[in-house]
Design a protein around this ligand. Structure first.
Ligand code: GLC
Length: 557
């Protein structure tokens, strides 16, 4: 292939839609900013920090579920899809957030949770009251049990959070919940469910949102013969793949998104979907982003990959090739509210550079080198933001926040903790409220004690402590986002030869040429020829350095 042809093959940025190149900041609402002083983040808190997000330089925010919810799963148990949880504010606050964000040039993506509702949702309450065989029950997956008196669950399916995926109700029927028992699964065979969700999409599109993040997008359709899985696998958030698995990534799920695409396409303003689908095979993941389906899907391969040049290069190539095949951009993600923060994944001494998004999270006794983790995390973001496509930043990673691995057991709120019989601590360690200031009862998060305690040494990582400080992680992110916007938006990627254990690629964009070099090893490597250093994750020696130290990354022109 000529270089121009290979550029094209690796260029997912052609087309002018914003979501092809956007950097999207994930706000985990409970932990971002607390304006009303109840210890929990809220919409007014997000509004008050919009100027921060503008100055950071992101294109959009994705706000995790803000709907009325008993919080059995941090809001991913939705009791009403058309309203706001009072702890988070009101619909008027949501409207104001959308308007104010737009005024600052920031788009707003909301989280939609179609696989399951809360057990407090009126539909589920009606299903319980109406009894077996009713139209109300047909909106969820109710089945008779097996064995004598139907006392055994209908299938051997396990909940992603541990324990059986079925719970029995007093009249003897069982209902399905791939997550917590407080999260009953909808029956997506039922046209009423299909219509209801298309209507919910319109409700939020009419209010001006720019798109949706679709929760467990790969789980909606179940094998209607309800076969056993035949495995004891109870691991947490580990994907299984279709088309033959009884519920993960089945081919039929794509019908749903063809319908959703028709809905969103009736709206002006370039609105977009992003699918959360833990699908290993990039080819199968790409199916979600065919032209008549969703615009983008999270690519979790970076989350799973070790800090290893070969593995990351393979991941990048395979992801880009699969996405390009269907004309979609790739997305790049290092962290989110479900996985161990990457500064801590990369700090693990028990697994070289490793950290995978499995149930086996970092424990209080996992051997860690936090300094090394942060150094690698800083390099990783220059790799991530140097790549073509769309990128996600999870709140607090711009401060270099680590996972809080030693939260006291009595504060753990993730259902995984209880459901695993206190074997798996769960995801609270990546959900600790943000430090905004070096002092105060919650380091500027709000005026009260935060819902999860912050480590005292987060004072030094607070926004105020890092703002304007040369070389701080916050300033590294700000510079990287500005340069990306100016120079790295469009254009493909071309790999250059580089020493073992490193990655070097060139981006040729309409604004010029940028080289990105990442050294994943410990020894310094020679840099390619260049004119100017644009940005470096580590201090470099001299005016025109020839070497890049270990676990460092640099953008050159
Ligand atoms: C997704 C969410 C996660 C939630 C689960 C069930 O994976 O990201 O936080 O627990 O779905 O809704």
């Amino acid at each position: 292939m000529t270089s121009a042809a290979s550029d094209r093959a690796q260029d997912p940025t052609t087309g002018h839609e914003w979501w092809r190149t956007a950097v999207i900041y994930q706000v985990y609402i409970r932990s971002f900013a607390d304006a009303d002083g109840d210890g929990v983040g809220d919409l007014a808190g997000i509004r008050s920090r919009l100027p921060y997000l503008r100055d950071l330089g992101v294109d959009a925010v994705w706000v995790t579920p803000f709907y009325p919810s008993p919080m059995a799963d941090g809001g991913y148990d939705v009791a009403d899809y058309r309203d706001i949880e009072p702890v988070f504010g009101t619909l008027a606050d949501a409207d104001a957030l959308i308007t104010e964000a737009h005024d600052l040039g920031i788009r707003v993506i909301v989280d939609i949770v179609p696989n399951h509702s809360s057990d407090r949702h009126v539909w589920f309450q009606a299903a319980l009251a109406a009894g077996p065989g009713s139209a109300e029950r047909a909106r969820y997956v109710f089945r008779p049990g097996r064995g004598p008196d139907g006392a055994e669950p209908p299938t051997d399916w396990h909940s992603t959070f541990g324990g059986p995926a079925w719970t029995r109700v007093p009249d003897g029927e069982w209902y399905l919940h791939l997550f917590a028992p407080e999260q009953p699964d909808f029956d997506w065979e039922n046209p009423e469910v299909v219509e209801e969700f298309e209507d919910i999409l319109r409700f939020w599109l009419d209010r001006g949102v720019d798109g949706f993040r679709i929760d467990v997008a790969n789980a909606l359709k179940k094998d209607q013969s309800f076969p056993d899985v035949g495995t004891e696998d109870e691991s947490v958030l580990v994907p299984h793949e279709g088309p033959t698995h009884p519920f993960w990534d089945r081919d039929e799920v794509h019908e749903v998104y063809r319908g959703w695409r028709k809905v969103i396409d009736t709206y002006a303003g370039d609105r977009a979907f992003v699918a959360e689908a833990w699908v290993d095979d990039p080819g199968r993941l790409a199916l979600y982003t065919r032209p008549d389906e969703l615009h983008t899907a999270f690519n979790f391969n970076f989350v799973r990959a070790a800090w290893d040049a070969d593995e990351l290069r393979r991941t990048i190539d395979v992801s880009m090739a699969a996405a390009t095949e269907v004309g979609a951009p790739t997305t790049w993600v290092l962290s989110n509210h479900d996985v161990t923060r990457h500064a801590t994944r990369y700090a693990r001494l028990d697994r070289t550079g490793g950290g995978v998004a499995d149930g086996e999270r970092v424990r209080p006794d996992t051997p860690l080198d936090p300094e090394l983790g942060l150094r690698r995390a800083r390099a990783a973001v220059l790799l991530l933001l140097g790549l073509p496509g769309s990128a996600y930043v999870y709140q607090g990673e711009e401060l270099g926040l680590p996972e809080v691995v030693d939260l006291p057991e009595e504060v753990l709120a993730d259902p995984i903790w209880e459901r695993s019989g206190h074997r798996v601590r769960g995801r609270d360690g990546c959900r600790v409220p943000l430090p905004w200031e070096p002092a105060g009862p919650s380091l500027g998060f709000g005026s009260a004690e935060p819902w999860l305690p912050q480590p005292a040494d987060w004072a030094d990582l607070s926004v105020q402590a890092q703002q304007g400080v040369d070389g701080s992680t916050l300033e590294l992110y700000r510079s990287a986002l500005r340069l990306r916007r100016e120079l790295l938006g469009r254009g493909g990627l071309e790999w250059l030869d580089s020493p073992a254990g490193s990655l070097v690629f060139r981006r040729r964009t309409p604004a010029g040429e940028v080289l990105c070099a990442v050294n994943l090893g410990t020894e310094a490597i020679d840099l390619p020829t260049y004119d100017r250093v644009l940005l470096s994750s580590v201090p470099l020696e001299g005016d025109h350095p020839h070497q890049l130290p270990g676990d460092g990354a640099v953008w050159l022109t």
